[in-house]
Design a protein around this ligand. Structure first.
Ligand SMILES: O=P(O)(O)OC[C@H]1O[C@H](OP(=O)(O)OP(=O)(O)O)[C@H](O)[C@@H]1O
Ligand SMILES: Nc1ncnc2[nH]cnc12
Length: 252
């Protein structure tokens, strides 16, 4: 296994997983931050980086529980070196978009064609034989991962958009953020009752966005087979808002 993490840099780091191991996240607007983030010290960040290194090293030798997969955990994902490569290609930017927020930046993954392809392949391997008709992608970052998965498994792609973006008739669902609410919308007629859907986004934090997407689809009789995200911030317990719907994640 090649080296999969780099020395921690004060402002921009690829050390992503540790940033949720030593802090309690909470949601602020559309992002997540740590309770102690405004006075994070260099020493704390160095400790976080060391913790990350040990987690990724464990993942590289195949220990489970460091990089997790799914609630049912029915596939040997943790020892898959593609996961470690994907994890190390996601950058964390402290204090974006606001002070204290640890932003999980998937744009660096997109710069790495191998890691990006591995990401899509892992989802496709899981969903190709599950009779899924609909891949519903959530704006904006679900639009990056959803379409290639949909094409590969032979499903249609349905965009779930922020308000006032879709030109046709829509149905809407409101969901709560830490302060206030937001709305997602879907075109009427895009899906049919009885279809089987996979909901795709890059990240689950509080679960508000995914739970609204599930409600939208279920209102029109669609069967939500599973939700799939690249990243989970488990401290925020977003899974708990999804009810019985399974959530599958590559990195937790
Ligand atoms: O689990 P939650 O607490 O609902 O948060 C997760 C959502 O937050 C981010 O999107 P954001 O709303 O920042 O929009 P963007 O993708 O357009 O940047 C992310 O891409 C998820 O969609
Ligand atoms: N910490 C985070 N990084 C990137 N996107 C997010 N959406 C919610 N929290 C986020």
């Amino acid at each position: 296994m090649n080296t999969i993490c780099r020395p921690f840099a004060p402002q921009i780091s690829r050390a992503k997983i540790v940033l949720k191991t030593t802090n309690r996240y909470f949601h602020s607007g559309n992002s997540v931050r740590t309770t102690n983030s405004l006075n994070t010290t260099t020493a704390k960040r160095a400790q976080q980086a060391r913790t990350l290194q040990s987690r990724l090293a464990a993942a590289a030798v195949g220990e489970r529980d460091h990089l997790t997969s799914s609630k049912d955990d029915d596939e040997p994902m943790a020892d898959d070196d593609r996961i470690a490569r994907i994890a190390s290609s996601i950058r964390v930017i402290p204090d974006f978009p606001k002070p204290g927020i640890l932003f999980q930046d998937i744009t660096t993954l997109l710069l790495n064609p191998k890691a990006f392809k591995d990401t899509i392949d892992l989802f496709v391997e899981r969903y190709k034989d599950k009779n899924i008709n609909v891949v519903a992608g959530i704006e904006a970052r679900g639009f990056i991962f959803g379409p290639p998965i949909a094409l590969a498994i032979g499903a249609k792609f349905v965009p779930m958009r922020k308000p006032k973006k879709l030109p046709g008739e829509v149905i809407s669902e409101e969901y709560s953020l830490e302060y206030g609410t937001d709305v997602i919308e879907m075109h009427v007629g895009a899906v049919q009752a009885g279809e089987r859907a996979l909901v795709v986004d890059d990240l689950i934090a509080t679960g508000g966005t995914l739970s609204a997407a599930i409600r939208l689809l279920e209102r029109v009789g669609v069967d939500v087979v599973e939700c799939a995200c690249l990243i989970e911030l488990p401290e925020l317990k977003g899974r708990d808002r999804l009810g019985d719907r399974p959530l599958y994640v590559l990195i937790s």
